[in-house]
Write a protein that binds this ligand. Structure first.
Ligand code: 6R9
Length: 652
């Protein structure tokens, strides 16, 4: 095939299949008929999904679409906090647990029922009003994973204030730029949180940011760690203000298209984009997908999403989706290795977690730590496993299924973005026969496609650009304050389609495989090769836990593949590991995908949400000085990797 015909190579073959467990399929919340119903009448399908919520006023128009601007459930009114909290109490479920909160210090836990949550959210809503925050005002939230965090989100939603959560690991500069961009008037924070066994301060970062943000009127501070804090005249203790408020608060109905939150995503380059989400469509799709994709049974399931609420996964699948569905969820404050590497599994055992939703980066870390750690815990309660954030390598999927899910729990690989608001492409656990590494099919009501560079659908067996062809309820409504950038970023590449920036392939059965960001695609001897397929081939070697590959300029092939590999805990490096892995990739994918170099490294550069940053590895591979490393979790990782480079040589 010549370069011009081939948009993205399809190299990886995977023949393993996992049928849905019969009992799960027989009792599944959503069956195959949802696909036929949705394709017969997509808007009627989303109307039925919206009817799962409680509306103060019904909408008159389901969708108004003036591309690329959508309005869903126009004319409808509802209160999100009422839907997530009060209606469950009114239905007689006040004693039901909303959150089992587990602090990082062992033994530090809280159980919060829906009735408790109603009181806490009402008090916090009254407190926000007392601080002068009203509908449409922006509130920046910079907090550890403590119960006051979801309470703050819900309190904002209740009064119609727009929250902008900034991940608690970001710097004062990042916090300041986000406060400025959204022009927030209040910050909610804490003295600190517990991380890796010690209190980690947050308040000094807020102090530094707020000193340069005159628009901030007040800072509401939760006492979590008890560490010393500097106090300014803008600061108010949460326990002084919120605890003395009334537990009564009448939720006002908001318009379906009133803004709910802004969440900044930096993407790969440039200034962070404030992704704007609104009310009715967002809650409709997060609630529907949470019910369908995880097959949630609210009366018996214990659900745990391990993401931080600072990311969209936490917004949609810790706070809004699960609470709208009346779920009982676990929230964990800390890291998976504190005080020991079995902490996650201890929590699964303690709460008898039935549904676990985590990220490939975590799964690969657990693979690296070794099978013996999860084997020490009773995790027989688990019945559905989810993955999100990056393509899941087939081997990581199979490991997850086998060592965490006892070879019985189906794995759902869920593709979506901050911008999409909710899951878009995923298997349904009671319907789909899963293929390890594939996100399979767009969910009912979602119209996705894989196209070539001319925007034409590729046939089965072909690769190209993922696009979404029709608007969906939880879609972003824009970039805060920048409609031009919204059009340019997402709607200009292909006329009339949303372009998420990801590559994908459609296999011979028509199922979808995500192939990573198109910016990362490597051009080797005229073939466009995805990083994902080569990484997955490397991870399928029994000695490899994690791999990242990049294309580095090469005089012969245009670009050549350079691989950075982390070995599994028990693997011996051995002198010929490079040759062994290169052969392994050539055998799995063909000689075209054989890496020029293999570097064995102790760690990989990751964003704070756990995604591999290949841009920095390209700098290393091409012997350039490093670009911006400030968004890395741990910038010392790059020194460790660079040290490996002089010893690396081509094995050809
Ligand atoms: C939810 C979330 C979005 C980007 C997205 C894609 C990657 C997420 C994935 C996946 C392959 C999956 N991504 N889920 N790639 N398979 N199941 O992660 O949002 O932080 O905005 O990132 O993450 O590249 O475009 P966000």
């Amino acid at each position: 095939m010549t370069e011009s015909q081939e948009t993205l190579s399809n190299l990886l073959q995977e023949n393993r299949r996992f049928e849905p467990p019969a009992a799960l399929a027989a009792a599944a919340n959503v069956t195959a008929s949802a696909y036929t119903e949705a394709s017969a009448d997509r808007l009627a399908f989303w109307e039925t999904a919206a009817d799962r919520l409680t509306w103060a006023e019904r909408w008159h128009t389901t969708l108004e679409w003036e591309a690329p601007f959508a309005k869903w459930f126009v004319g409808g009114k509802l209160n999100i906090a009422y839907n997530c909290v009060d209606r469950h109490v009114e239905a007689g479920n006040g004693d039901k647990v909303a959150f089992y909160w587990e602090g990082e210090p062992e033994g530090d836990s809280r159980v919060i029922t829906y009735a408790d949550l109603q009181k806490e959210v009402s008090k916090a809503a009254n407190a926000l009003t007392a601080l002068g925050v009203g509908k449409g005002d922006r509130v920046a939230i910079y907090m550890p994973m403590i119960p006051e965090l979801p309470v703050s989100l819900l309190a904002c939603a209740r009064i119609g204030a727009i929250h902008s959560v900034v991940f608690g690991g970001f710097s004062a500069t990042a916090l300041k730029s986000r406060i400025d961009d959204a022009d927030a008037k209040l910050v909610i924070t804490a003295d600190g949180g517990f991380r890796r066994g010690a209190p980690s301060a947050l308040k000094p970062t807020v102090d530094e940011a707020v000193a340069q943000c005159p628009q901030i009127e007040k800072v509401l501070v939760v006492r979590r760690t008890g560490q010393d804090v500097t106090w300014t005249d803008k600061d108010v203790w949460w326990h002084d203000l919120v605890d003395s408020q009334s537990e009564q608060h009448t939720p006002e109905a908001h318009d379906a298209e009133d803004p709910l939150f802004i969440l900044y995503t930096s993407g790969t380059t440039g200034k962070p984009k404030g992704i704007l989400h609104t009310t009715g469509g967002y809650l409709t799709q997060t609630a529907w997908t949470h019910n369908a994709v995880f097959d949630l049974k609210p009366d018996t399931d214990i659900y745990w999403c391990t993401a931080d609420i600072g990311w969209v996964t936490g917004h949609s699948y810790i706070v809004y989706g699960p609470l709208a569905n009346g779920a009982s969820s676990v929230i964990y404050e800390g890291t998976p290795d504190t005080p020991h590497r079995g902490r996650f599994w201890e929590i699964v055992q303690k709460y008898q977690v039935t549904i676990l939703y985590t990220a490939p980066t975590a799964i690969r870390t657990f693979m690296k730590w070794g099978d013996d750690i999860p084997a020490k815990f009773d995790m027989s309660s688990l019945r559905v496993l989810g993955s999100v954030g990056e393509p899941i390598n087939p081997e990581a999927y199979v490991w997850y299924r086998e060592h965490i899910g006892a070879s019985k729990a189906p794995v759902v690989d869920t593709w979506w973005q901050t911008e999409t608001g909710a899951i878009m492409i995923s298997p349904l656990p009671g319907v789909t026969a899963g293929k390890p590494g594939a996100a399979m099919q767009p969910l009912p009501g979602i119209v996705a496609d894989v196209v070539d560079d001319q925007g034409k659908s590729v046939p089965n067996g072909g690769g190209g650009f993922l696009v979404i062809r029709e608007p969906w309820p939880a879609m972003l409504r824009g970039i805060w304050g920048d409609p031009e950038r919204y059009k340019e970023t997402y709607w200009s590449r292909f006329d009339g389609f949303y372009f998420p920036g990801d590559g994908a392939k459609r296999d011979d059965d028509g199922d979808l495989w995500l192939l990573g960001r198109v910016d990362d695609v490597m051009l080797v001897s005229g073939h466009n090769i995805s990083t994902t397929e080569v990484e997955s081939a490397l991870v399928s070697h029994p000695k490899v836990a994690e791999a990242a590959v990049v294309g580095a300029t090469d005089p012969v092939t245009g670009q050549a593949i350079v691989s950075f590999v982390i070995l599994r805990g028990n693997a011996e490096e051995g002198a010929d590991i490079g040759a062994e892995l290169r052969q392994h990739v050539a055998k799995a994918l063909g000689p075209i995908a054989k890496p020029r170099q293999i570097l064995i490294v102790p760690e990989l550069p990751k964003t704070r949400s756990g995604k591999i940053m290949r841009r920095l590895l390209r700098d290393v591979a091409e012997n350039r000085s490093l670009g911006d490393v400030t968004t890395l979790t741990d910038s010392s990782v790059m020194n460790l990797i660079s040290e490996k480079l002089p010893s690396a040589k081509s094995e050809d």
